[in-house]
Design a protein around this ligand. Structure first.
Ligand code: AMP
Ligand code: MG
Length: 335
């Protein structure tokens, strides 16, 4: 797969009938994902600025664009780029904090399953075992500006890049005094300010078992919400489904009993990394992590057996009026 950002700026005037504060929706393709930013007409310039920032990050972080800094790193080159060095240092820290559940060095295993090039296949156990010897954040060497990867190590920022991009969009919105905007970078949402009527943005959480249904919706203001789910990218082989979130301890798609994880917090990068990590961990470890992790966050777990588990902070933002099916909701607290 070699999809490049095709400077495709499809500005959809959802309502151009003269009502000044009706929302506009700007769609574009970046980071292998269709992205939509909703704002009012007066904030369109700022939204285009945010879009250029996201395009810049795509060119820096893409694994499939040969000219990107990440591709150079993965070819074994030393790369001098302070932003990339900071991002990888943070990724390595989050790898440690999540007990290795989130690990950008899982890259060669992701590729072996065909998720990098969209050429899906089931690797042999021997192949996975050999590739796992190159997995571990200890393989990332960075001195603050310059990054080098150990022999055989490569990185995949697919589990963190869009969240980081949403932080950059948030920074632009703030600098340019945007009153309200909703950035949906695939499953990575940033709700900036409020809607023009002053009410919070509403972000529905998909039912992982029914693509046209929702398990509920969050009311968000100045918050990030990121969902990870096996249903987002998968293939079938021999009657079995294999998805794109790899458990770095086994090299196989995580089978943790969760169908999706949504993380809500004040930073896109953190929400993105944690949604991937908690999906790998499974319900019990995710709840333990929620209770012990030093940085505050909230989460919504949808389990394979159909339960919806919300932390108390998420429950306070939650309403079920969009849920067409009936679900069993459970709330957990910090203790
Ligand atoms: P997300 O959709 O944010 O959960 O990220 C999934 C993407 O991150 C995959 O498509 C891979 O590119 C990459 N990835 C897969 N497993 C992991 C993992 N355990 N840790 C970090 N990144 C991963
Ligand atoms: Mg993620």
């Amino acid at each position: 797969m070699k999809r490049t950002l095709a400077a495709l700026f499809l500005t959809l005037l959802l309502c151009s009938c003269g009502a000044p504060r009706e929302p506009e929706s700007v769609q574009f393709f970046a980071m292998d994902t269709l992205m939509t930013i909703t704002c009012t007409e007066e904030d369109l310039d700022a939204v285009h600025h945010a879009m250029r920032e996201i395009a810049r990050l795509d060119a820096l972080l893409s694994r499939t664009r040969e000219e990107s800094a990440v591709s150079a790193l993965n070819r074994g080159e030393t790369v001098e780029d302070a932003e990339l060095a900071a991002l990888l240092t943070r990724a390595a820290k989050l790898c440690k904090a999540t007990g290795g559940a989130f690990d950008v060095t899982v890259a060669p295993v992701v590729s072996a399953w065909g998720f990098t090039a969209d050429e899906y296949r089931v690797p042999t156990q021997e192949e996975i075992t050999a590739l796992l010897t190159h997995v571990g954040a200890g393989g990332i060497g960075s001195d603050g500006e310059v990054t080098t990867l150990a022999e055989g190590v490569s990185v995949d920022l697919g589990g963190i890049g869009k969240g980081y991009a949403s932080d950059c969009a948030a920074r632009v919105f703030k600098e340019e005094n945007v009153s309200g905007a909703l950035a949906a970078l695939g499953g990575n949402i940033y709700a900036h300010g409020t809607k023009s009527d002053g009410s919070p943005w509403r972000v529905a959480v998909r039912d992982p078992f029914d693509g046209s249904a929702y398990v509920g919706a969050l009311s968000l203001t100045d918050a990030f919400a990121v969902t990870s789910g096996g249903y987002e990218r998968y293939f079938e082989s021999g009657g079995k489904t294999y998805h794109h979130i790899i458990d770095p301890s086994t090299g196989y798609p995580a089978e943790s009993g969760l169908a999706s994880v949504t993380v809500v917090c004040g930073e896109g990068l953190l929400a993105d990394a944690l949604s991937t990590a908690l999906y790998v961990m499974g319900e019990a470890k995710a709840i333990e992590f929620y209770r012990t992790f030093e940085e505050p966050f909230d989460m919504i777990l949808v389990t394979q057996d159909g339960r919806v588990v919300l932390t108390e902070g998420a429950a306070a933002l939650w309403d079920t009026s969009v849920a067409e099916h009936s679900y069993q909701y459970e709330t957990i607290n910090k203790l």
